[in-house]
Design a binder for this molecule. Structure first.
Ligand code: PRT
Ligand code: MG
Length: 228
């Protein structure tokens, strides 16, 4: 039952895809892709490292309870989870996007907010939304959704949404516009604190390799900017 090596929790899609190069820097390559395989436990080229594939918002939970030793999760997810029991040693700078407030084109957001009216906010990110509007002194009715937030203002479920934006294509396709930037989001490495002590000889080299890879990538980006 107890696995002697280390278990890393990942979600499939953008986080898995952007983690593969970091794993390669640590000498780890997944035996299969979660897109083509239905397996939830994926082996690697190393007998002492395995991956588990979970929903993005479940990653902190697996690591918190020690079912995974390490995980990779967006700052958005960690903010909603609360981060209890998790050591967060690294900002991996992957799966980057922005947490934004968006409304239907033509909606007078500035006017509504100034009036001090109660606005209805639909979002999956209730902690982030509550903090943001509390900071502005705006009263809100929070409507918790689990996805497709863009629909809510279109069908009269809410006045505004709080959602993640990367290209802006989804907002545009649905006649919505971003009106406020709440925060920049990227993914973090999270580590179970007990596992870090017990399996330090296995976990620390992975943290170090990821850290070096992130610094190298940042260096490339600086060079790219300098050349421009
Ligand atoms: O899909 P599922 O319900 O399982 O969970 P999830 O949506 O949280 O997971 P996933 O795998 O889609 O995203 C994992 C992490 O990637 C998130 O927790 C974020 O930290 C990060 N990330 C980066 C994003 C985006 N970019 C992003 N664009 N997560 C979601 N989106 C969505 C956004 O919610 C919106 O619906 O993409 C749409 C907007 O994209 P653009 O390019 O049209 O602006
Ligand atoms: Mg998604």
């Amino acid at each position: 039952m107890t696995y002697p090596g280390i278990t890393l929790a990942l979600s499939k899609g953008r986080i898995f895809d952007e983690t593969v190069p970091l794993l390669a820097a640590a000498g780890i390559s997944p035996a299969e892709s979660p897109e083509s395989s239905r397996k939830l436990i994926i082996g690697t080229n190393r007998a002492d490292v395995r991956l588990i594939i979970v929903r993005a918002s479940d990653v902190p939970t697996y690591v918190q309870y020690g079912a995974a030793d390490l995980g990779i999760a967006g700052k958005d997810v960690l903010n909603e989870h609360g981060g209890a029991g998790l050591y967060q040693p690294l900002d991996l700078q992957i799966a980057r996007c922005r947490m934004m407030v968006a409304v239907r084109e033509g909606y007078d957001y500035a006017g509504q907010v100034k009036q001090g009216a109660r606005i209805r906010v639909a979002t999956k990110y209730v902690n982030a939304a509550r903090e943001h509007f509390a900071g502005k002194g705006v009263h809100i009715d929070l409507i918790k959704l689990y996805g497709s937030m863009e629909l809510a203002p279109l069908v009269g479920l809410s006045d505004v949404i709080v959602d993640l934006v990367s290209t802006g294509g989804t907002l545009k396709a649905n006649g919505l516009v971003a009106v406020e930037h709440i925060s920049d989001i990227s993914s973090r490495l999270v580590v179970n604190q007990a596992a870090l002590k017990l399996k330090c000889d296995l976990i620390q080299p992975v943290i170090n390799a990821f850290s070096t890879a992130v610094e190298r990538e940042a260096g490339y980006q600086d060079q790219g900017q300098a050349a421009r």
